[in-house]
Design a protein around this ligand. Structure first.
Ligand code: FES
Length: 107
């Protein structure tokens, strides 16, 4: 389990416990956190689960595969070195304390 902080674009913070094996996207969805739409349900086919990862965490995550990299180009205002698709980040104990910032909007 990991305690994850989701910060909405307006600054509202949501700190929730997310079970191992879920994705960071599912942690937001299951806790009704606004800002992540996840239209494709986690299939890496929509980019509406885009979020910015806090700098101190970005390099600790598993790398971005080619499919995610392609889909990130369709996200709203992606930033290299910060942007991820949260459906592609699997939660483990190692992510305890993760902070993700949600973009102004999803497209
Ligand atoms: Fe569609 Fe992540 S939920 S790409």
């Amino acid at each position: 389990m990991a305690k994850i902080t989701y910060i909405e674009h307006n600054g509202t913070e949501h700190v929730v416990d997310v079970d191992n094996g879920l994705t960071v996207m599912e942690g937001a969805r299951d806790n009704n956190i606004p800002g992540i739409e996840a239209d494709c349900g986690g299939a890496c086919a929509c980019s509406t689960c885009h979020a910015y990862i806090a700098p101190e965490w970005f390099d600790k995550l598993d790398g971005i595969d080619a499919m995610e990299e392609d889909m990130l180009e369709f996200a709203w205002n992606p930033e290299p070195g910060r942007s991820r698709l949260t459906c592609q980040i699997r939660v483990t104990d190692a992510l305890d304390g993760l902070v993700v910032q949600l973009p102004e909007k999803q497209i």
